[in-house]
Design a protein around this ligand. Structure first.
Ligand code: UT7
Length: 330
């Protein structure tokens, strides 16, 4: 079995910056509180009403194609992790493939909120390991601004828009020790009560009442989500390190979902990792849901060395959570 290697990374962030000062004019909050409680200074917003998640994803994947490592015709699978699909159906992955001229692939969406990129990466890795697919794109994208109520200070301060994508290819014999080595993924539906969108699905169908009651936005009860996130992210990082006989000295980078700097710090501390090993961009982008992890990989790509050992981890709506252990191959 060949391991799956990340061979290229692409990203896209909309130009419009929404900073804490601007937010504090829109909702009862202030920059000091946001920075102290979350680590966020600003986030990006896709303003153009004619654009959607698929357009950001297309830009991220196009960057991979432009690097010359592969082209649209080579791709045999595209998986899109998103909580803000262009439409309920068809899958945003289908729309992305169409816009990019990807014709020799099947494509589908993964719905696992903030853990979506990890679920999708694990799935893609297994298609490569079994030899079924050879050029797989995994994209994490969210236009969170499309489901955020900017009069709700519990959610509007956190989220932002963005997209990140990776290309996976099978390892050659010489690269057999690199790539995606192990994963621990979990979910628990108990999380539904704490983090959800009230209406717009088959349970509470869209009508005038649901729109008037502002039920088409993210609802979050932050405190229990925070508690679960701190404990599960630390547990799942510990589990993957133990399973692979890794000590904190062996880890080069922790790539944690960027939901709250305090959650990232707590996870790193429990794993015995110093700040210089922790990827961080929450200050500039906020929580972009499925895009945070590939955006970190993109931002730190010049600091990554071949063979570096990375632990990816996430926690989010569902609840969903998990970790992936990989060795960098670029
Ligand atoms: O990515 C998907 C998973 N999501 C997460 O991992 C998010 C997890 N949760 C969190 O990150 C945090 O719970 C939040 C950032 C959402 C909230 O931070 P918190 O420290 O848990 O705040 P809190 O809701 O417990 O509120 C603490 C205080 C309250 O005031 P009192 O009652 O102590 O007087 C709130 O009213 O802070 C107040 N507060 C605010 N003040 C200014 C709550 N939100 C704000 C705000 N601006 N935006």
């Amino acid at each position: 079995m060949k391991t799956a290697l990340i061979k290229a990374v692409g990203a896209y962030l909309p130009d419009h910056v929404l900073d804490n000062q601007q937010l504090s004019k829109m909702v009862d909050t202030n920059s000091e509180w946001i920075i102290e409680r979350t680590g966020i200074h600003e986030r990006r917003i896709l303003k153009d009403k004619n654009l959607a998640s698929s357009d950001m994803a297309v830009k991220a994947v196009q960057e991979i194609f432009d690097s010359g490592v592969c082209c649209a015709e080579d791709i045999d699978l595209l998986i899109c992790a998103t909580t803000t699909p262009d439409r309920v159906f068809p899958a945003t992955a289908n729309i992305i493939s169409e816009k990019l001229g990807i014709k020799n692939a099947f494509s589908f969406d993964v719905s696992a909120a903030c853990s979506g990129f990890l679920y999708a990466l694990d799935c893609a890795s297994n298609y490569i390991k079994t030899g079924q697919k050879k050029n797989v794109i995994v994209v994490g994208v969210d236009q969170m601004s499309s489901i955020i109520d900017y009069s709700d200070r519990a959610t509007s301060i956190i989220f932002g828009d963005g997209a990140g994508a990776v290309l996976l290819q099978p390892a050659t014999d010489k690269e057999a020790h690199l790539g995606i080595i192990d994963s621990c993924l979990y979910s628990d539906g108990i999380g539904e009560q704490y983090l959800h969108q009230k209406a717009g699905g088959s349970l509470h169908q869209t009508d005038k009442k649901t729109v008037d009651a502002r039920q088409h936005f993210v609802y979050q009860n932050g405190a229990p989500v925070f508690k679960w996130a701190v404990s599960k992210m630390a547990e799942v990082v510990e589990e993957i390190m133990q399973r692979n006989k890794l000590s904190s000295k062996d880890i080069d980078w922790l790539v944690a979902h960027q939901a709250n700097k305090r959650i990232i710090d707590a996870t790193a501390k429990r794993a015995g990792l110093s700040d210089d090993k922790v990827m961080l961009n929450i200050d500039r982008y906020g929580n972009t849901t499925a895009a945070t992890i590939p955006l970190c990989l993109y931002d730190y790509k010049d600091k990554l060395n071949k063979e570096d050992q990375l632990i990816l981890c996430a926690f989010g709506g569902g609840f969903t959570w998990g970790s992936i252990y990989l060795r960098w191959a670029i």
